[in-house]
Design a protein around this ligand. Structure first.
Ligand code: ZN
Length: 216
């Protein structure tokens, strides 16, 4: 199974991604996570990427495409994959098509989550992350037992720069300008599934698995 999850930041893609990769035994490929790892490892690419991400901007296409091409060459990608956060603009989508052709692969589904901007801002700006283990909390929807402290390891909870309200507004603007056209690109190819991202996690998950199940 080869899947792309599309939709604005905070649309619930991450949660659904976890469910689908378990269900289909495929790797979850998040360019955001790869860039964060590269930054932790103190690589030059990681440092460059972080500057763009912290400003709420897209990492340049050549860097992003190269990271993806490299990731696809790992053995586990032969089983299939789920992309989350890529492609982010039409140029990346075209580059991705070429990569797939070069590997001799075809996409099975592009799943698009739609969620109104106001809902997104609320969801993301309440997000807090454990400095130690990376566990994700939410000030309203999933608060820790003790304010600002991780339930698992007592680590400090922080707000990532790219989750701050101002940055979220900027990410949404860029999403609407650059990433939303990718949906049109895949719609023309007839391979897109639309999902209402304001529905509960269970409902979204059931809808997607039903549609994917019918396709195979
Ligand atoms: Zn923790």
């Amino acid at each position: 199974m080869r899947i792309i999850l599309m939709g604005p930041p905070g649309a619930g893609k991450g949660t659904e991604a976890e469910s689908l990769v378990k269900h289909y035994h495929i790797p979850h490929i998040s360019t955001g996570n790869i860039f964060r790892e590269l930054y932790k490892d103190k690589t030059t690419v990681g440092k460059i990427a972080k500057e763009f991400i912290d400003r709420g901007e897209l990492v340049p296409d050549d860097i992003t495409n190269e990271i993806v091409r490299h990731r696809l060459s790992h053995a586990d990608a032969k089983k299939g994959f789920l992309f989350d956060g890529y492609p982010r603009n039409v140029n990346q989508a075209k580059a991705f098509d070429e990569m797939l052709i070069s590997f001799g692969w075809k996409l099975d589904a592009v799943i698009n989550f739609s969620v109104p901007d106001e809902v997104i801002v609320k969801r993301i700006s309440g997000r807090r992350v454990c400095e130690v283990c990376g566990a994700v909390y939410h000030t309203e929807n999933k608060p820790p037992k003790v304010e600002n402290i991780c339930d698992v390891d007592g680590g400090m909870l922080i707000q990532r720069v790219d989750d701050m309200e101002k940055t979220v507004q900027r990410r949404l603007r860029i999403y609407n300008q650059q990433t939303a056209p990718v949906i049109g690109y895949y719609e023309e190819k007839g391979s897109i599934i639309h999902v209402d991202g304001t529905k509960s996690i269970q409902e979204v998950d059931q809808t997607i698995k039903k549609v994917l199940g019918e396709m195979n």
